[in-house]
Design a protein around this ligand. Structure first.
Ligand code: I6G
Length: 673
């Protein structure tokens, strides 16, 4: 036998042996050899692979770390959305869940559930093709996550290759990456010694560690993994019960939480909850509740989903933890949409596993309802990964000079006027086009495809431009030069040229797009179109007060107040002037007043689902009568998708392409306007 053949055989034997020991150690929690012996096997494999580099494969246990750092994470679209779970915060809510489940299943007497601890980590998808790990991804928004393959490969409890046989060709495994308490404490201790930032809790530590561009950093973090479900499955069969799937996963070398149990009915669930509650403090990882899932997959399928959560599962959360501390000050944070949130600055206090020095007061209604004053002793509540909140005041401890909290008249970030519309809890900064807190969000919206349509000015670039101080308001976009853009990191000369051309094209727009692009609250695409039609020119719109605005179709008092407040703010008017001076222009049109024939001219509609008030033919006829166009499929040119009952696949296509949706009500309004 040649040396090479011998080496190949030995390499394969070593990989099998190491895989088996990983399985015993991580999955069965029953190591068969001392650590030193395991290291010896790994070193022997490394030495052979060094001698025969062409025999190295990606699923070799030597290949966990070593990939080069990334510049950014790629996006991953989940073939099956990664949903979240509905929460129940007490026994009554869990009983109501079980009742709903049984009612939907023809009043089935007792449901078999699988109960599992809910770890305080982050959800991960692992894709195995022919048993080899080919992709790891975060949940992201449930539809699109980040590709973190290089990082998940560094977790020793995630197999690079499945053991045994019988797994589907494509198997997506989902579960939780988490940091055990001991690892978390050690990591924070080391960070503190080096004067580095510490993590507030194990969840943040796990998320921060997995979202590292350099996999060598992830590899040094004590991360672990338990799987709890499946995503896409192709070319292969899985058992017909959740419990049996988990058992199969375990046979294939995937790690399952040993606390998982099958239980019967509500009594079984609640008994499990009590059992885990009693054990919680001794578990080696943080949990924030338990999850109950209907075991039979055929029943899961019958139950289906509502919004973004399955009807067949619920998270039974532990009660929030509370502590007392002193409120030192209240500051106002301005969010990306201009909402002002009162934030309590607290004497630091340990609650729910983390030190808390800031907590939300939600809004001024809440501040007033709870009568929170600076100097008060307050109760801080923290539940799992939710932002801590001030739950109430200990009135008996109120000092004499406790000061009332006042909403500022001016935005603490940009100095624009703050308004709190009648009857609304949320106060807002009116400096939309100018306020630094709203800058990134606004510029993203301004340049988006359905607004000014500046191709190439994506999310990351907006971040870069704003962070570098090159773009403060949308008007600054039109001052960018290819040379200035090319000086940015990750921006080549060609891309810079292309972007400058896209900006040039965007100078020629329509009044309706421009209005929509301004990001005025309450002014979506449909309202922008109606305003453009009605007023015809920007000057006429700027001159309109609230009562004139309300004469426009579809503009009620709330919308009129939002538009008036926006244009009243001098900062916004300055930015609009700067945009006009920069050459942003559109074909002038005569004000239509009340719309008539031609009101929908230039607009393209697609219909999906069943309309209840009129037939499809009637809808088509009316759109065409107003000058609009109907097409059969969603494309870049579609302005609106009209969505009736039980819509088809066009809905998903439209959502994917960012096409504006009109439900039947909104569609009728548009026709009537
Ligand atoms: O976020 C989750 C945590 C734990 C889950 C979950 C889970 O099971 C133990 N299960 C499902 C089905 C989902 N999220 C969507």
């Amino acid at each position: 036998m040649t040396d090479r053949r011998k080496a190949r055989q030995r390499i394969e034997a070593l990989r099998r042996e190491i895989g088996q020991h990983d399985y015993c150690y991580y999955v069965l929690d029953d190591p068969q050899i001392p650590d030193g012996e395991y290291d010896r096997l790994l070193r022997e494999l490394q030495a052979l692979e060094l001698e025969f580099p062409d025999l190295v494969t990606a699923d070799s246990p030597t290949q966990r770390v070593g990939a080069a750092p990334l510049l950014e994470f790629a996006e991953v679209r989940h073939a099956v959305p990664m949903l979240s779970l509905d929460n129940a915060f007490n026994e009554a809510e869990v009983r109501a869940f079980d009742r709903r489940v049984r009612e939907r299943l023809q009043n089935m007497a007792q449901i078999e559930y699988v109960a599992e601890p809910k770890l305080d980590g982050l959800a991960i998808s692992l894709l195995y093709r022919q048993g080899v790990l080919v992709r790891g991804a975060t949940r992201g928004d449930g539809t699109t996550g980040e590709e973190v393959t290089q990082n998940v490969r560094t977790l020793p409890s995630i197999p690079l290759r499945l053991l045994g046989k019988g797994y589907p060709e494509i198997l997506e495994v989902r579960g939780e990456v988490f940091m055990p308490r001991s690892g978390f404490a050690a990591l924070n201790r080391r960070a503190a010694q080096r004067n580095e930032k510490t993590f507030a809790n194990p969840r943040n530590a796990a998320a921060g560690s997995l979202r590292q561009l350099d996999p060598r950093v992830t590899a040094e973090r004590p991360l672990e993994f338990f799987c709890y479900g499946t995503g896409q499955v192709r070319d292969g069969e899985l058992p017909d019960r959740h419990s049996a799937i988990l058992a199969r996963f375990r046979d294939w070398g995937l790690r399952i939480n040993p606390e998982i149990d099958s239980v019967s009915g509500m009594d079984g669930c609640l008994e499990y909850y009590r059992r885990i509650t009693a054990k919680r403090a001794t578990l080696p990882y943080a949990i924030d509740g338990v999850v109950y899932k209907v075991d039979r997959l055929d029943l899961q399928q019958q139950l289906g989903f509502v919004a973004r959560a399955p009807r067949w599962a619920i998270a039974h959360k532990f009660p929030a933890e509370e502590a007392m501390t002193v409120l030192k000050a209240v500051e106002f944070q301005v969010g990306r949409t201009g909402a002002l949130t009162p934030v309590a600055r607290l004497e630091p206090v340990f609650v729910g596993g983390a030190t808390v020095s800031n907590a939300t007061l939600h809004n001024m209604d809440e501040v007033e309802r709870k009568d929170v004053r600076v100097g008060d002793t307050v109760i801080v509540r923290r539940a799992g990964d939710v932002i801590p909140e001030v739950a109430g005041v200990v009135l008996a401890k109120r000092p004499q000079h406790a000061a009332r909290v006042r909403l500022p008249h001016r935005c603490p970030v940009c100095g624009s006027a703050v308004i709190r519309p009648e009857g609304e809890a949320v106060a807002r900064c009116t400096g939309g086009l100018f306020c630094a807190a709203q800058r990134k969000e606004l510029i993203r919206h301004f340049s988006s495809r359905r607004a000014m349509d500046i191709e190439g000015l994506g999310e990351k670039l907006v971040d870069q431009l704003v962070d570098a101080g090159l773009v403060k308001t949308p008007a600054d976009i039109f001052t960018l030069t290819a040379a200035r853009l090319a000086a940015l990191e990750h921006m080549g000369e060609k891309s810079a040229q292309k972007l400058v051309m896209a900006i040039e094209r965007a100078r020629h727009t329509t009044f309706q797009r421009f209005l929509y692009a301004l990001g005025i609250r309450e002014v979506g695409e449909a309202t922008a179109a109606l305003l453009a039609q009605y007023f015809g020119t920007l000057e006429a719109l700027l001159a309109a007060d609230e009562s004139v605005l309300q004469q426009a179709p579809d503009v009620g008092p709330v919308v009129a107040a939002a538009i008036a407040a926006f244009f009243r703010e001098p900062h916004n008017r300055e930015v609009i002037s700067a945009l006009r001076e920069a050459g942003v222009q559109w074909p002038e049109q005569a004000p239509a007043g009340r719309t008539g024939p031609g009101a929908l001219s230039g607009m393209t509609f697609v219909l999906t689902g069943t309309l209840t008030v009129m037939s499809r033919d009637e809808a088509k006829r009316r759109i065409q009568a107003l000058g609009g166009k109907i097409t059969g499929s969603v494309s870049k040119k579609t302005d609106y998708l009209v969505v009736g009952a039980e819509p088809g696949s066009k809905l998903a296509e439209a959502q994917q392409q960012g096409v504006a949706l009109l439900d039947e009500q909104a569609f009728l309004k548009l026709l009537q306007a």
